[in-house]
Design a protein around this ligand. Sequence first.
Ligand SMILES: Nc1ncnc2c1ncn2[C@@H]1O[C@H](COP(=O)(O)OP(=O)(O)O)[C@@H](O)[C@H]1O
Ligand SMILES: [Mg+2]
Length: 258
Amino acid sequence: MGRVIAISNHKGGVGKTTSVVNIGAGLANLKKKVLLIDMDPQSNLTLSLGVQESEQTVYSALKGESALVPINVYKNLDVVPASLDLSGAESELASEAGREYIFAELLEPLRNQYDYIIIDCPPSLGLLTINAFTAADEIFIPLQPHYLAIKGLTKIIEVINKIKKRLNRKLEITGVFVTQYDRRKILHRDVLETIKTYFQDRVFFVQIRENIALAEAPSVGLDIFRYDPACAGADDYARLAKEVLKMEKKMADNTVEA
Ligand SMILES: Nc1ncnc2c1ncn2[C@@H]1O[C@H](COP(=O)(O)OP(=O)(O)O)[C@@H](O)[C@H]1O
Ligand SMILES: [Mg+2]
């Protein structure tokens, strides 16, 4: 059974989509079978991977018009694309019975076909994010090293706790990491320390540095490893993917202890 990870932060521009693409590609490079899912109506993940428009999207699946149909991106990396009409899904599904579980049910047949399923969440905490959290085992939160970065998380933590209580008991925040990091800046180092005090061992050792290649790669539809394998961004995401993989061992050890 694969790990299902939602990458979420209701703040936009913190590096969610960049991290879904490049943690996913990093894990695929480590011979894992990876599925990425675009839950954001802005379709940034779909566009970043250079995937063509498709009839079968997250939206058509949520509406009951298709299954979740993965498209192969590159070797063992697949994606279920989004489309702009996904923005209508929240209101269209609002009165459906069991509306929080629609995506979890759709994901069920895909769970054991992949080692990793990584969901790119929209920058909000509406029904799409709730569907992602109901289906996920884990949440990763990317943060920019700004003042108040943690204060803004009160809301998402509240939502996660409610979902844990009512819809998905196994859900946990298992990874928090800093993106667009510049260790020469005192503010960035200070914020990282605050994040470590708050989230403790759930903070990844790796920080993602500010690196222009990470911002360029989506324009040609490539992940960072195919765009510029020698850049700092490729190095950081390769190390982050290894850290994600290593968690498997830690989790297995904890299961034995329990
Ligand atoms: N480490 C980084 N260095 C430089 N630019 C980055 C980095 N991470 C993300 N970006 C750029 O910042 C913008 C926001 O990132 P994105 O991943 O789209 O955030 P989100 O999905 O949270 O809205 C994008 O233009 C992206 O290319
Ligand atoms: Mg995004």
